[in-house]
Write a protein of this length. Structure first.
Lengths: 258, 303
């Protein structure tokens, strides 16, 4: 596709005072690639994700992003206005708890339409038609379009959150435990849906998860973190079938269930 | 009664001390320089509770001079308790001339209406504002709404209008209808009916907004663009009334419904009482006008 990574991360560290959030993380993410970040609780997954999505500023290190116009930009040197614009156009962020990523007091249609309106769409009929289309893509009946997410099940809320993020056709989506709070059957359905969308749209994604099955299903590549550091990374199948770091071997052998 | 309480000289002119007035004037000037931007100011205690126009009163107190002529309206009427007491207050503390005539006033303090008679460049309109933040409805965090204004992120305003259309089939917001000022800041025009929004657009009069409880002042300088937000396929429209004023026959004015009896009898009359009286005095009549027209034909509007 292109000969340049979408995201290039170099020696990224984040300290909370003297405590390590994440330390010396380096990797490239290519367009259309899904990277899973796995590790036990407190290993720094969320910290890393929040730094990458510029919701948090790192203590040191750099990250650059290839914009739609092909220009490479240093994320931590961009103005806040530029970063916020990027976040609501070319990026998506799917929170573990849908309530953190949705407006719970406005309708499903408005939740999906918000980003369109934020980038200047001023045609109600067109916004609504796009919302209907996106609701159907995440398997929400269009007769729920005027309902508030408060009236939705956990799985529906999560699917709505995904639709809300994808409506502007982002190229990179950050997900923090997207199937976290859901029960097993609902998780499976959501994973299927996510996998389909990511493939259809050619999305690049960074997915934080506790669950190796989620990593296996969604990602081409994975990073294993422990105590803020990356202890192993590589193609997902390789890491899961032939783990090299002792910690990963422990993880995969299910002796240590994360 | 002791001598002090009857001695108006114990008040500073227009009640506020000079330093406070200077502080408020600075906020007003900043507001004028950045049309539609909410300027924080150190709101003072006034001898009336919040919700009674303390923001407007402080703005008026800071700009009024001995030669000014003050008009105060509440929902378009000069004779409601609130309007009467604010007028009496300034008559006492600034010894200014007061009036109910729109044309004669140099300062008009208002709650919920803009007079029907077009204002001039020698007039100032002071709005009493309860909630200055138009984004508050969807984003309660003040830090976030400030950022949204700073970065001109106004998608949320359209989310609100979208919700209106989704629920009611049209934009049902009729009061406090959001506007964009001079192509930059989105502003709450205070709880005036949207009927009055077009009057703000390029008005020759200076328009000042004071929110006492929320400690904000904002302004629309003369001849400034004030555009109501809308959608291409749901354009902004003002309310229309299918009948003229029952007392003076005026059309294209904002009407209040007035209940006449306990049996559902009612009529629609000008909410702008001065406008209505003037028309009747000029010999204009609606279908329910009293036989001999006089100011006493006027009725109290209902909420
Ligand atoms: N705001 C904060 N202030 C101080 N320390 C923090 C803060 N957030 C995270 N940490 C610490 O940083 C380390 C990494 O936390 P992080 O939340 O990134 O882990 P995680 O891998 O996402 O964990 P989990 O799987 O439980 O979500 C932990 O030691 C945590 O206690
Ligand atoms: Mg986490
Ligand atoms: Zn009338």
């Amino acid at each position: 596709m292109t000969d340049e990574p979408l995201l290039r991360v170099s020696a990224l560290s984040k300290f909370y005072g003297s405590r390590v959030g994440c330390e010396n993380v380096t990797f490239d993410l290519w367009p259309g690639e899904v990277l899973a970040v796995v590790g036990e609780s407190g290993s720094g997954k969320t910290t890393l994700l929040n730094c990458l999505s510029t919701r948090l500023l790192p203590s040191s290190g750099t990250a650059s992003y290839r914009m739609r116009d092909g220009q490479r930009r240093e994320l931590y040197r961009m103005s806040e206005a530029e970063r916020r614009f990027l976040m609501r156009t070319d990026w998506g962020f799917v929170h573990q708890n849908p309530a953190d990523g949705l407006r719970m007091t406005v309708s499903a249609g408005a939740n999906v339409g918000e980003r369109l309106m934020a980038v200047g769409d001023r045609h109600y009929g067109r916004i609504r038609a796009t919302a209907v289309d996106w609701l159907s893509r995440v398997e929400i009946d269009d007769d729920r379009i005027d309902d508030e997410p408060r009236a939705f099940s956990g799985g529906m809320r999560q699917r709505l959150q995904i639709a809300r993020n994808l409506v502007t056709g982002p190229r990179l989506v950050f997900m923090d435990e997207p199937t976290g709070g859901l029960d097993v059957s609902v998780q499976a359905r959501l994973l299927d849906l996510l996998r389909g969308l990511v493939t259809d749209l050619g999305l690049a994604a960074i997915v934080v998860t506790h669950d190796l099955a989620v990593a296996r299903l969604l990602s081409q590549r994975m990073m294993v973190m422990k105590d803020g550091r990356v202890v192993e990374s590589g193609l997902t199948d390789r890491v899961l079938d032939d783990p090299r770091a002792p910690y990963t071997q422990l993880l995969v052998s299910s002796i240590l269930q994360v | 009664m002791n001598a002090q309480s009857t001695d108006i000289a114990t008040y500073n002119f227009a009640y506020l001390d000079e330093q406070t007035k200077r502080m408020i004037r600075r906020a007003i000037l900043k507001g004028i320089a950045i049309p539609g931007y909410q300027v924080p100011f150190a709101s003072r205690e006034m001898p009336m509770p919040y919700g009674w126009g303390t923001g407007g009163v402080q703005v008026t107190a800071s700009i009024i001079g001995p030669d000014d002529v003050l008009k105060v309206i509440d929902q378009g009427a000069d004779d409601t308790t609130n309007a009467v007491s604010i007028r009496a207050f300034f008559k006492k503390v600034a010894k200014v001339d007061v009036t109910t005539e729109t044309a004669r006033a140099t300062i008009i303090q208002t709650r919920h209406r803009i007079p029907e008679q077009p204002l001039t460049a020698s007039q100032v309109l002071v709005f009493q504002v309860p909630i200055p933040e138009p984004l508050r409805f969807l984003e309660p965090r003040e830090t976030e709404t400030r950022k949204m204004h700073a970065l001109e992120e106004y998608g949320l305003m359209h989310v609100k209008l979208y919700e209106d259309i989704a629920k009611h089939g049209r934009i049902a917001t009729t009061y406090a209808y959001p506007v964009k000022v001079e192509g930059r800041y989105v502003m709450d025009p205070s709880p005036t009916p949207k009927f009055d929004n077009p009057k703000m657009h390029r008005s020759p009069a200076l328009q000042l907004f004071g929110a006492g409880r929320e400690k904000r002042i904002y302004a629309v300088p003369p001849f400034t663009d004030v555009v109501s937000l809308d959608f291409e396929d749901h354009p902004f429209e003002v309310q229309t009334f299918d009948q003229p004023c029952a007392l003076c026959g005026a059309e294209n004015v904002y009407l209040d419904e007035v209940i006449l009896d306990d049996h559902g009898g009612h009529m629609f009359v000008c909410s702008d009482t001065d406008h209505c009286e003037k028309r009747q005095a000029d010999g204009q009549h609606g279908h329910l006008a009293p036989e001999t027209h006089s100011a006493s034909g006027k009725m109290e509007p209902v909420e």
